[in-house]
Design a binder for this molecule. Sequence first.
Ligand code: ATP
Ligand code: LTN
Length: 329
Amino acid sequence: MKRMLSGIKPTGQLTLGNYIGALRNFVKYQDEYEMYVFIANLHCITEYQEPLQLSKNLTDAIALYLACGLDPKKSTIFLQTDVKAHAELGYIMACNTYLGELNRMTQFKDKTAKNEKNLTAGLYTYPCLMAADILLYNADYVPVGDDQKQHVELTRDIAQRFNNKYGKTFKVPEPLIAKVGARIMSLSDPSKKMSKSDETNKGCIYLLDDLKVARKKIMSAVTDSVGIIQLDKENQPGLYNLIEIASSLTDRSMNDIVDEFAGQGYGKLKTYVADVVCAELEKIQNKYHDIINTHLLDEIMSEGAKKANLIAEQTLKNVENKIGLKIKY
Ligand code: ATP
Ligand code: LTN
């Protein structure tokens, strides 16, 4: 069975973008692949997080993983800091990554371009830790949204270089990006990715949003003045995004949805999208409330950490040997 690994960094509440671009796919893949899914808590602290809030977000994220359908009997679910090998291999990866490579990472470039103050060294070397996350588990595939493709490609470069230098050590993983829903856009500004860090809060639907609030965000989503329901991503990006959201959640093709609503007003289509989204959120939220106050989370996480450690420690030992870090008695 091929192995898959992915992580989510819950710096805020998980969003509909995370669900469509990542989580929902993990659930689909867990029947066909050996699935490892972790909460990337070390990645969260590349920027300051209020400690109590961070801890709550981590708990919420685990409960949401389960509520979205990840099954601990099929998938290994764990917290990054429960597997100490991530931090050590992350450092080793940083020693095998060139500054030029990190300087090219668009996520980092975007942040520096915005002139944000107090950017940390952790944010800069974040792709090295991400490479370690993946390579520790000899993953074949890494299912991610479009924005993470560049990081997985860097992981491949680092792995290949390491293998050439020290002999075959790592499996070189491939990114797996869904055809529909890999980049859900903000509802208030369809030129930007729907993001947890949305300042206005209007463009982003959170998985735990009150259903009325979620509906309102969709009904007031920015569209265009063309007034025709069709697929024109360039000139009608807001409309395209709404159709893509509905298509991802229903498994109907985007064309099929266009055919149903062609010739009608945007309001009808928005109502349909809101119905689809709210039905999905309601299912997730009901399960989330059943799970959040149980001891289930502790058990699942400690079981997951045990399984993950078994593989990760073996890889790390192999790497330490290859590099010559071990003393031979
Ligand atoms: P931020 O929202 O602050 O930019 P993020 O949501 O990209 O952060 P993660 O939570 O770690 O960061 O992302 C988890 C997964 O969700 C990644 O695979 C990412 O590509 C995917 N993802 C995030 N936002 C979207 C989106 N708008 N559309 C599709 N996939 C997304
Ligand atoms: N960088 C990713 C989260 C992440 C990840 C990973 C995804 C951290 N480590 C390993 C896949 C595999 C993000 O910001 N979305």
